[in-house]
Design a protein around this ligand. Structure first.
Ligand code: SDX
Length: 431
């Protein structure tokens, strides 16, 4: 039987407190602590290891079993049968689109891929060697200035338009961040192309010769976007929710999400993983790095390994490994030394007591960099492509937050460990 109440009992004769226990559709129950403040007490959970910040219908993760569902559909089935626009529609609207809905959705996205022409000057205000994530944070944040009407976040129609604008324009912003960094002219979106092909066109085409995206690579990119589209209340999604909870312009919220995702412990791990593999360089040096990862005095961590929720294989990593095989085979790179090194590193780590005991498995970032590198995408763009994909999830989560009956401004409390009250001391009397 599932409990419906929790009783907090205290020592030293303090009065016990009863709190409701809430159950979701699947997954762990939660203790509703909202009334705890009335008793003059708070909970303490830095990093939110055991804190549910919201209720959500969008994505479910079972870290013990290595399960990931978008709106109830297993990620394996979506990666196999859908394309990214279809998954974006599912995340935002809650159901897979029928043929008519999909046609309208894709046509609307296609017609909004262009940026306001003046936005190209935003790029030019930045250093050429700026990291693409710094460019994306700046340009997406600047979109709030081009679309000020979206400050009215409680208008559902304006939220829907913001969703279309963001989903449609993010491939252009992402690709142009690369082109600007590479010193090449911006390539404009082509409405005859699908979402992944259009992005590859804007990334790799040049004015000097025709370009056609390799269909195998375009499908692989589409699958990478699906795998990265949402992941419940991760750091960047929680950032979007917190920023959005004050009623901020959605473009500013997504810019904040991009900033959070950039960190090497989060979305920046795919770029860091490839740098790590390049530094290890050879299978003979794996042992040295495994040793470093286990050494508490060494700040080195095995990038692409470990996860706050998954204590089993990240299902996305398994699909990404399979995509690796397909892409490398198609490109005739099945002997790619980086992939062989990654496979060996995974095998050795998963046989090592430290990783087994701490339940550290490869996460989505472990293989994604190898696939993107094989596709000709530079390391510095890996996290930018993660941000492109996660925009679908950020929009869905932001929409759910702002339209929820439980919507309140996010305002955590603290455990104060600072000074007691004290009086001002004039400078001449200070030691
Ligand atoms: C993503 O949240 C999400 O859903 C994120 C994401 C998404 O889709 O949004 O899935 C995407 O960000 C995947 C994670 C990418 N990051 C990395 O690959 C960076 C390397 N991994 C870690 O730094 C770490 O595992 C985290 C940040 C992912 C998780 O950190 P936690 O949950 O705070 O765990 P922790 O740091 O407390 O680690 C627990 C223990 C520690 O040892 P002890 O202090 O208990 O002795 O495991 C150790 C850590 O030192 N550990 C590692 C390790 N990861 C954890 N040791 C070596 N190498 C690692 N990679």
């Amino acid at each position: 039987m599932k409990p419906t109440k929790a009783t907090l009992t205290f020592d030293k004769g303090a009065k016990s407190i009863e709190l409701p226990v809430l159950s979701g559709t699947i997954g762990p129950d939660v203790i509703d602590i909202r009334t705890l403040a009335n008793h003059g007490m708070l909970t303490y959970d830095p990093g939110f290891l055991a804190t549910a910040s919201c209720s959500s219908n969008i994505t479910f993760i079972d870290g013990e079993k290595g399960l990931l569902y978008y709106r109830g559909y297993p990620i394996e089935q979506l990666a196999e049968h859908c394309d990214f626009p279809e998954v974006a529609y599912l995340l935002i609207n809650g159901e897979l689109p029928n043929a008519e809905q999909k046609k309208h959705f894709v046509e609307t996205l296609t017609r909004h891929t262009m940026l306001h022409d003046q936005m190209s000057s935003i790029f030019r205000g930045l250093r050429r060697d700026a990291h693409p994530m710094a460019v994306m944070v700046s340009v997406v944040g600047a979109m709030a200035a081009f679309y000020p009407e979206h400050a009215d976040v409680f208008d559902p129609r304006l939220r829907e338009i913001a969703a279309f604008r963001l989903l449609a324009k993010m491939p252009t912003v992402t690709a142009w961040s690369y082109k600007y960094n590479a010193g090449q002219p911006f390539a404009y979106p082509q409405n005859r192309l699908n979402y992944a092909e259009n992005f590859m066109h804007m990334m790799f085409s040049s004015p000097c010769e025709p370009y056609t995206a390799n269909p195998v690579l375009a499908r692989a990119l589409d699958r990478i976007l699906i795998l990265h589209a949402d992941h419940e209340q991760n750091a960047s999604t929680s950032t979007v929710r917190v920023v959005g909870s004050s009623g901020a312009n959605p473009f500013a919220c997504i810019s904040a999400g991009i900033a959070s995702l950039w960190g090497p412990l989060h979305g920046g791990a795919n770029e860091a993983t490839l740098k790590m593999l390049e530094e290890i360089g050879d299978i003979s040096r794996i042992g040295e790095y495994i040793k470093r990862a286990k050494d508490k005095t060494d700040s080195f961590r095995l990038m692409g390994f470990g996860h706050r929720v998954y204590k089993n294989m990240d299902p996305r990593a398994a699909i990404m490994r399979q995509t690796c095989h397909q892409v490398l085979d198609d490109l005739g790179l099945h002997d790619d030394p980086m992939f062989k090194l990654a496979l060996k590193l995974e095998q050795i780590a998963l046989e090592d007591e430290y990783f087994v005991n701490k339940r550290l498995y490869p996460n989505v970032d472990f293989y994604s960099g190898i696939v993107m590198r094989a596709m000709g995408i530079p390391n510095s763009m890996f996290t930018a492509i993660f941000a492109l994909a996660r925009t679908a999830g950020w929009i869905a989560q932001w929409n759910e937050m702002i339209s929820s009956t439980e919507h309140r401004i996010a305002r955590p409390r603290q455990l104060y460990t600072g000074q007691q009250r004290r009086d001002y001391v004039p400078v001449e009397q200070r030691p």
